[in-house]
Ligand binder design. Structure first.
Ligand SMILES: C[S@@+](CC[C@H](N)C(=O)[O-])C[C@H]1O[C@@H](n2cnc3c(N)ncnc32)[C@H](O)[C@@H]1O
Length: 293
């Protein structure tokens, strides 16, 4: 029997350090060759639009070797054969969940929330529909719901749909439970929008029910051939997900987001995302804030 990678090797694999490719390591549990990596890259690009760069081989090994162990497959080839033969289903979802990157925080890129508050005030009294896609573990849609409460008096003043391709992070989002030391929350917001856990739950916070009720969480793949929710959004958050897509995929997704938005609606994107080439769809209105044309 071959040994599991040591903690140090795991750390190197996770960090994607040069030279840490599992095949270079005599005691990596599973062989993971170039063709296995290329196959994973193709599958995740076709299914989720995610382009994994060359440097991600060690990360992919580290994340997917757990699936091989849990499903009892002895090699990447056997696992990927079974995955492709079975097609869409629970293991596909596990495969996708393993390969997404879910970093997020409350009020990340805070200037967007100041802009959002002004936007909401301008739309006061009307129906307001907001879509937060790539919502990850929920900090972003709850930041939106807190901003709605603070700007308009109650979270129900806007309807918020929050979606992600990853079912595991969405389950965390829907539960609305976080560590009390979560980044990005002021003491005032902690008091106003969260309940503090006691006893076995001490050290945790839970979003208040009125905030949770304002958000409809849905599994949604931006690459899916059909989008199954009602369109006509006034405000869309699509932040820090397009960076994982190549340029043609970004354009394709942008066209579909555009089609799901009302004229003169607003799109917030991530700090390193730039869609100024798509002037026919969106006009830059502020720092990483676009207006639909
Ligand atoms: C880095 S997180 C960004 C979270 C949040 N938007 C933010 O900016 O803090 C990227 C998220 O995009 C999601 N994602 C990746 N590919 C996707 C796709 N094809 N459709 C929908 N969500 C996707 C991932 O599951 C992950 O939760």
């Amino acid at each position: 029997m071959t040994a599991l990678p040591s903690p140090a090797e795991h750390a190197a694999l996770r960090a994607g350090l040069p030279g840490a490719a599992p095949n270079d390591q005599a005691d990596a549990q599973f062989a993971f060759g170039r063709s296995d990596f290329e196959r994973v890259r193709r599958l995740i690009r076709e299914h989720a639009g995610i382009s994994l760069n060359e440097g991600k081989q060690a990360m992919v090994y580290s994340r997917l070797s757990r699936r091989l162990r849990d499903t009892g497959h002895g090699s990447f080839t056997a696992y990927l054969d079974a995955l492709e033969q079975a097609g869409p289903g629970p293991e596909w979802q596990e495969f996708v969940n393993c390969l997404t990157t879910n970093l997020t925080a409350f009020f990340r890129e805070e200037h967007h929330f100041h802009d959002l508050a002004r936007e909401l005030e301008g739309r006061r009294g009307g129906p307001i529909r907001i879509w937060c896609n790539a919502a990850s573990t929920g900090e972003e849609p709850y930041s939106i719901a807190m901003t709605v409460t603070e700007a308009l008096g109650n979270a129900g003043a806007a309807k918020i749909v929050a979606s992600d391709i990853d079912t595991k992070v969405l389950a965390t989002a829907a539960a609305g439970v976080y560590g009390a030391d979560a980044r990005g929350l002021t003491p005032e917001r902690l008091r106003r929008h969260f309940l503090r856990g006691t006893g076995a739950n001490s050290g945790r916070i839970r979003v208040k029910p009125e905030l949770a009720r304002a958000i409809d969480f849905r599994v949604h793949n931006l690459m899916a051939p059909r989008w199954s929710f009602e369109e006509g959004f006034d405000i869309v958050f699509c932040r820090n997900v397009m960076i994982y897509f190549d340029a043609p995929t970004q354009r394709q997704v942008l066209e579909r987001i555009h089609a799901a938005m009302k004229p003169r609606s607003v799109l917030y994107v991530g700090h390193s995302e730039n869609f100024t080439d798509s002037k026919d769809l969106f006009r830059l209105r502020g720092k990483t804030v676009y207006e639909r044309v």
